[in-house]
Design a protein around this ligand. Structure first.
Ligand SMILES: C[S@@+](CC[C@H](N)C(=O)[O-])C[C@H]1O[C@@H](n2cnc3c(N)ncnc32)[C@H](O)[C@@H]1O
Length: 502
């Protein structure tokens, strides 16, 4: 376990993952632009990593803190445990998009179908002794499998739920650790498809308490088309839980049109001109429904007028000339409008989020990384979720321990770029080999089982640009960080370095 000092920091050394052109705090690196290309330099990555790891062993350790952006290579069970000393109770948002157990993804292992009755691999199983410093291991609570691994009705024969049970056994300790890392007002989003969503929801209820469920969002990722036999599935599910519902705030997003923004005194303000109505109820087309300032006293009484005057004086409300001038006096009447600074103008998040899956692939193409990771989540989707929790907390820590292509890091960077925030990200991705036909950016893994045979490169083309998903993830983070000018805060580590204290 990482050695935690009194400030809650762990002594570790940074190692560059995969790319030699990256400056880490431990190793001087060539000044190549992280945005320029990737293939040729990446081909020497394995040798470079070995050298730089060796060099890093002789460098002075530097503490990991919650002020770092971290890209951690390794199994997430190890990494989450290793983060406990420094990050326990500090994470505001967890976004995870675990393997869907479809058996269809081609970039990474996506199946938990088992041949033996023991469902989790040994590295996924709960250890028999507490693994973390500073408290009981959240992994080692009693196991209440949500899906039985044997079917009692068939005398213990293979259960139709066994594959789900393997997936649940894999997920449970990770969710428990994630919960331990979360703040009281933290929120976890679990992105999942049809196959496991029902099981995932029950597991989440067990780990977080059903009373802390924030509900399920729908991610519409496709529209039309498809060759499904029965139904065209164009959506996934995002289950959300608060660590404590009492502490969590509403999930919010910026007000979208018809909201109107104006720059007033140099500040971008949301202008709402429909805040005061003549009466509630049915709107009669053609008849003015706004209650003009001049009519407030007659319609709603002197107390309402006094309240509006107070709010006008405070600057929360303003008056705007409205309608045609009076034919006799030439004077115009006034609508009461509400002015809200744009950064505070939010609506509650709608439960259906429509961001096409193809956008996720375009996000990678824009960074020069197309064609390898075929089903990355769209940055916009993850950014919306991150902002939904951190709108008023733009220095929050965001964790994704199934990082894949690193979408969440880019989402955090983009959220910061939009509001000037200083959110931090912690990503974990294991060094899962990328199938050789996909390594050099030639394949198309849709994560939906439609990798095309035409994608297979010739032997000479098959030289790996990225041998593992963690290398790919680290490179994506480097390129995004260069674009958003935040490379300085990002550290690339291995889980074992984190837990061994260097
Ligand atoms: C569905 S993908 C995540 C995709 C990601 N949201 C994106 O936008 O690119 C799941 C990822 O979790 C990784 N993974 C699976 N098991 C893991 C483990 N035990 N530790 C760390 N990463 C793991 C897989 O390698 C895969 O990259």
């Amino acid at each position: 376990m990482a050695g935690a000092d009194q400030r809650g920091t762990a002594q570790v050394r940074d190692v560059p993952l995969s790319r030699p052109g990256q400056v880490s705090s431990a190793v001087e690196a060539p000044a190549a632009s992280p945005i320029s290309g990737g293939s040729s330099t990446s081909r020497t990555a394995a040798g470079q990593v070995a050298r730089t790891v060796a060099e890093a062993r002789h460098s002075a350790p530097s503490p990991v803190t919650t002020g770092d952006d971290l890209v951690i290579e390794g199994d997430n069970l190890d990494a989450l445990r290793a983060l406990l000393p420094t990050h326990r109770g500090t994470v505001r948002v967890v976004y995870i998009d675990p393997p869907y157990n479809t058996g269809n993804a081609h970039t990474y292992r996506d199946s938990f179908r088992t041949s033996a009755s023991s469902s989790a691999s040994s590295s996924d199983a709960c250890p028999t002794e507490p693994a973390s410093a500073g408290g009981p291991d959240p992994c080692c609570g009693p196991t209440h499998a949500s899906a039985p691994s044997a079917d009692p009705a068939s005398g213990g024969a293979r259960s139709p739920y066994r594959d789900h049970a393997a997936w649940l056994d894999f997920m449970r300790p990770r969710l428990e650790l994630a919960r331990a890392l979360m703040r009281e007002d933290g929120v976890l989003f679990l992105h999942i498809d049809d196959r496991e969503q029902a099981f995932a929801q029950i597991l989440g209820h067990e780990v977080f308490g059903e009373e802390n469920s924030l509900g399920t969002l729908i991610h519409q990722r496709a529209k039309g088309g498809g060759q499904a036999k029965f139904v065209i599935r164009g959506h996934d599910y995002i289950h959300a839980w608060a660590r404590s519902l009492d502490a969590a705030g509403p999930l919010v997003t910026e007000k979208k049109p018809p909201a109107r923004y104006e720059v007033i005194d140099g500040r971008r303000m949301l202008v709402e001109d429909d805040v005061l109505r003549v009466s509630f109820g049915t709107y009669v087309r053609g008849r003015e429904r706004r209650l003009m300032y001049e009519d407030i006293e007659a319609v709603r009484g002197p107390a309402k007028l006094a309240e509006i005057d107070r709010r006008l004086a405070s600057g929360e409300l303003a008056l705007r000339p409205w309608g045609e001038p009076d034919p006799d006096t030439g004077e115009r009447r006034h609508a009461v409008v509400r002015l809200t600074p744009a950064e505070q103008a939010t609506s509650k998040l709608y439960s259906i989020l429509r961001v096409m899956g193809s956008q996720g692939r375009s996000d990678l193409e824009e960074l020069g990384l197309g064609g390898i990771f075929g089903y990355p989540k769209p940055v916009e989707l993850v950014r919306t979720l991150v902002e939904a929790v951190t709108w008023h907390d733009p220095s929050a820590v965001v964790l994704d321990f199934f990082a894949g292509s690193g979408t969440t890091a880019q989402a955090v960077m983009e959220a910061n770029a939009r509001d000037g925030g200083a959110r931090r990200f912690v990503l974990v991705q294991r060094a899962e080999p990328i199938a050789s036909r996909l390594r050099a950016g030639r394949g198309t893994d849709t994560g939906r089982g439609t990798a095309s045979a035409a994608a297979v490169p010739s032997a000479s083309e098959a030289a790996p640009a990225f041998a593992t998903i963690s290398e790919f993830c680290a490179e994506r983070v480097r390129r995004a960080a260069a674009r958003w000018e935040c490379s300085g805060s990002v550290r690339y580590l291995r889980a074992e370095d984190l837990s061994s204290g260097g």
